[in-house]
Write a protein that binds this ligand. Structure first.
Ligand code: MG
Length: 312
């Protein structure tokens, strides 16, 4: 059973899971930590600690080593090998003189240890240090994830960018050659988009492109890849289906755009259409070649009247 000591959790209070088989120790530690403003949860055994950590994802675990059912070392090993909990810092509580345990503790992934009997000041300082390190790690990870997502995302529309498209097209074409999977490229753009920019200004043009990307995305399956290729031109990679399936998708996009009432920034309602070229990767064809054929099919769709799908 996980005892929640304080139900009035606010967003920025850090949550500490205290694990000890001794009730006296739990009370003592809880008192000290609550006075510091932490939210404290407790567990009296290894299995209880594992469950508490997985369900509540604390910011830190204070972990007794000597417990009857399952030792703190085993708890640590399990938490550190589970991706959901591996980032949670663990501070061991160990009785003075248990030197081999301390070494093992750090070897199984513990971040620090405190010898019992401990001084409250030392406890507070070590907890603060571990939480600071975790904050720095979390921030670095968020920044890394941000950078990674910026590197593959088109900032205006939020769909993938051309660089990601080219990488994925190369990978999918290789897979197609190796396993015989079918791969189809759709190239599409908004008809007469230049007129929108000229007539209503670029903020309206940008807003239209965002709406277009969202609408198009809504017509796709999770495995399809939509990327902004440049200007008002987008490319979709459809995997696992050939020309027929991809053409059906293209027609769905065509109708969705045709039937949609686009909102201009000044509240104008604008009706727009799209033209789409479709090309399936042929045996022996390079990524550039299939893209070029999709582009020519798009050109053909424009030339023959727009608001249509043309297959290469
Ligand atoms: Mg104990």
């Amino acid at each position: 059973m996980i005892v929640e000591m304080d139900a009035t959790r606010t967003e920025n209070r850090e949550r500490i899971l205290v694990v000890d088989d001794s009730e006296t120790n739990l009370l003592l530690l809880t008192n000290i930590l609550q006075l510091e403003g932490y939210e404290v949860e407790t567990a009296q055994s290894g299995p209880e600690a594992l469950q508490g950590a997985r369900v509540r994802l604390p910011d830190l675990v204070l972990l007794d080593i000597m417990m009857p059912e399952m030792s703190g070392l085993e708890v640590c090993r399990i938490l550190k090998s589970d991706a959901r909990t591996s980032d949670i810092p663990i501070i061991f509580l160990t009785a003075l003189g248990e030197v081999p345990d301390r070494v093992t503790g750090l070897e199984v992934g513990g971040d620090d240890y405190i010898a019992k009997p401990f001084h409250p000041d030392e406890l507070r300082a070590r907890i603060r240090a571990a939480l600071r390190t975790k904050q720095t790690h979390d921030q670095l990870r968020r920044e890394r994830e941000n950078l990674a997502s910026q590197a593959v995302t088109d900032p205006l529309t939020g769909v993938y960018n051309r660089r990601l498209l080219e990488t994925r097209l190369t990978e999918e074409a290789a897979r197609s050659r190796r396993y015989g999977h079918r791969l189809t490229c759709l190239m599409l753009d908004l008809d007469h988009f230049k007129r929108i920019n000229d007539q209503y200004g670029h903020p309206t043009g940008d807003s239209i492109l965002r709406q277009f990307a969202t609408l198009t995305q809504s017509c796709l399956r999770g495995s399809d890849i939509l990327a902004r290729y440049g200007g008002e031109e987008f490319v979709i990679l459809v995997t696992g289906t050939g020309l027929e399936g991809a053409t059906a998708t293209a027609k769905k996009i065509l109708r969705t755009i045709e039937n949609h009432c686009f909102q201009g920034v000044k509240g104008q309602d604008l009706r727009l259409t799209t033209s789409i070229g479709v090309a399936e990767l042929l045996p022996g064809e390079t990524p550039e070649q299939v893209l070029a054929r999709a582009d020519r099919a798009l050109y053909e769709a424009k030339r023959t009247g727009r608001n249509r799908v043309v297959c290469a």
